[in-house]
Design a protein around this ligand. Structure first.
Ligand code: DX5
Ligand code: ZN
Length: 224
């Protein structure tokens, strides 16, 4: 059963506390932080996250689409996030960044854009806790799923298996009941979904629908 991480980016920003409550049955809450520089959009940051923190039991899963990320890691942890995911792109010292995230007591994630090959993660497989495959170009919700990313999900699922570590393999962008069977079959174990959850009146039903649409992973034979 995949972890469902509703993306607050698709929620009604005039009513965030209530919106967050409407997805309480999901174990994670995905928080898209954008800077208008790494991505062509601006969303929300630490003050909003900190204000929401006392009102949810979910693990706060921050997806930093900001460059640089390092100067903001401590403030993110202080705001109450549990996971900090940075991009492999635009992070010259990724290894150090992941070390810093762990030193703050958070799980460390790495997101990878559609144009970046999976091998970009090969040197951090021993320290990353979450890999987030972008199945759209980051910056906006409601975009169309990029089917070309399925091969990358498979490759990364194989790399995770080879590492022998318990790494969450997430997907982000265009995830709905149609694309969920494809990404879970390819090995995804965590699904970020914005529009597919907050775009529906019954959020609990939307979350259940995604879970029900998941398929068991069909992994390539070992050694491939
Ligand atoms: C895009 C963000 C996503 C976004 C997904 O840059 O990283 O988390 O909210 O939105 P949907 O699920 O609508 O594609
Ligand atoms: Zn995201």
């Amino acid at each position: 059963m995949p972890i469902i991480a509703p993306s607050l980016l698709a929620a009604d920003f005039s009513n965030l506390r209530h919106e967050m409550g409407s997805v309480a049955e999901a174990p994670w809450l995905h928080l898209d932080v954008m800077d208008g520089h790494f991505v062509p959009n601006i969303s929300f940051g630490m003050p909003v996250i900190k204000a929401l923190r006392p009102h949810s039991r979910a693990r706060f899963d921050a997806h930093l689409m900001i460059e640089p990320a390092d100067p903001y890691l401590a403030a993110m942890a202080e705001a109450g996030v549990d996971h900090i995911t940075v991009h492999v792109e635009g992070n010259a010292h990724l290894h150090r960044t992941l070390q810093s995230i762990h030193a703050l007591g958070c799980k460390a994630g790495v997101a990878i854009c559609p144009a970046t090959p999976p091998e970009a993660l090969s040197e951090v497989m021993d320290m990353v806790d979450i890999i987030l495959v972008m199945t759209v170009n980051p910056g906006f919700g409601g975009q169309k799923f990029l089917h070309g990313q399925l091969a990358k999900i498979r490759t990364l699922a194989g790399m995770i298996r080879q590492s022998g570590r318990d790494i969450v393999l997430g997907v982000d962008g265009g995830i709905d009941e149609t694309t969920t069977p494809l990404v879970t079959e390819a090995g995804a174990t965590m699904l970020v979904a914005g529009s597919a959850i907050f775009g529906r009146d019954d959020r609990a039903a939307a979350i259940r629908g995604l879970r029900a649409a998941a398929k068991p992973a069909t992994l390539a034979p070992s050694g491939e």
